[in-house]
Design a protein around this ligand. Structure first.
Ligand SMILES: [Zn+2]
Length: 338
């Protein structure tokens, strides 16, 4: 989600502090947990980079040695990255030759789960000798995308760790992990950064200060998600006009969102309408941008419908039809007056 095209970019200051704190502790397996957008992946990568670095300091990797360079160009022999193929591709990590050929030959689509084959390769990796002599590291992200077969294979390796391998699991939904995996790791809960620090960091990433506030709000206060929204072309004006556009049934308001993203936006709107209906402050939108709230019962029903749709949104039969359905549902709810 962040750091996609800039592997060398400096860590956000709040991640730097967490990285130094974790590096000061012993531990061969970390579990970084917390909601999305707080930098789990960036922190995990900073840890493995420091572990493997030839000149690391208490602050982290040197960014200059052969090991650091090898990680930056995604070819470190002692680092194994275990992710769903869709995330590997998005974050610039190479797939196994076999997987890449299957996808190139259109035999299948990139997987959204961590595949059993990739886990097998990872287990084999942990049993090899370190190529650079500084031990090895296995990074798993998002760890909740393991199915029970892959999770059990990882558990075995965690239970009998080959001497020189260290693990970092990064998760945005740690409650979905096997309890036995969680208990094998040292847990670290991601720190929620201060508003000023997030603003400063977003400015460094090229997000104008005038936009940062609204985007942070749209992202529920999560800086990584706010940056992803900015890079996806969302403007504060567009976000502000969204509730009323949906009340009009304007499909174009969500036309460039994937079905899963569209459901996520509607869930935010539904959350805020529920808040407004009970006299609480909205979280994602400004109160002045929201239409008048419908009856509470209608909104709670909408929330349930959206939760149900969210479970199938990754594989809709027809993305266009699904979007039309979602927008017409939203229009009906938003126009049913209390
Ligand atoms: Zn280094």
């Amino acid at each position: 989600m962040s750091g996609v095209d800039t592997p060398m970019a400096a860590l956000a200051p709040w991640l730097q502090r967490q990285s130094a704190a974790l590096l000061a502790q012993r531990g061969h397996a970390w579990l970084l947990q917390g909601p999305s957008g707080l930098g789990q992946y960036d922190l995990a990568l900073a840890l493995v980079r420091a572990w493997l670095c030839e000149a690391s300091t208490p602050q982290g990797a040197c960014a200059d040695c052969a090991s650091c360079h090898a990680i930056d160009v995604r070819t470190h022999a002692d680092l194994c990255v275990l992710m769903p193929e869709t995330d590997m591709i998005a974050l610039g990590w190479p797939l196994s030759e076999k997987a890449q050929t299957e996808i190139d030959d259109k035999k299948r689509k990139p997987s959204r789960e961590i595949r059993v084959e990739a886990m097998r390769d990872a287990v084999e990796f942990t049993q090899r000798t370190s190529a650079r002599g500084r031990g090895k590291a296995l990074l798993v992200y998002p760890a909740e995308r393991m199915n029970h077969v892959t999770a059990n294979a990882l558990l075995k390796t965690l239970e009998e760790p080959p001497g020189d391998t260290r693990f970092v699991l990064a998760s945005e939904a740690a409650h979905l992990l096997l309890p036995t995996i969680r208990s094998r790791c040292l847990g670290h809960t991601m720190v929620w950064p201060e508003l000023d620090a997030m603003r400063g960091w977003l400015a460094e990433q090229g997000v104008a200060p005038a936009q940062a506030e609204a985007l942070l709000r749209a992202a529920g206060g999560r800086p990584g998600d706010a940056l992803a929204l900015a890079r996806g072309g969302l403007t504060p004006e567009r976000w502000a006009s969204l509730p009323r556009a949906l009340a009009r049934g304007d499909v174009a308001a969500l036309s460039d969102a994937s079905p899963a993203d569209a459901v996520a936006v509607l869930q935010k709107l539904c959350h805020d309408m529920l808040a407004a209906a009970v006299g609480a402050q909205p979280r994602y939108f400004s109160a002045s941008d929201l239409p008048k709230p419908p009856r509470l019962g209608r909104l709670t029903r909408w929330a349930r419908e959206l939760a149900r749709t969210a479970r199938t949104a990754e594989h809709p039969f027809n993305a266009g039809l699904m979007l039309e359905m979602l927008v017409s549902q939203a229009r009906n709810v938003l126009n049913s007056r209390a």
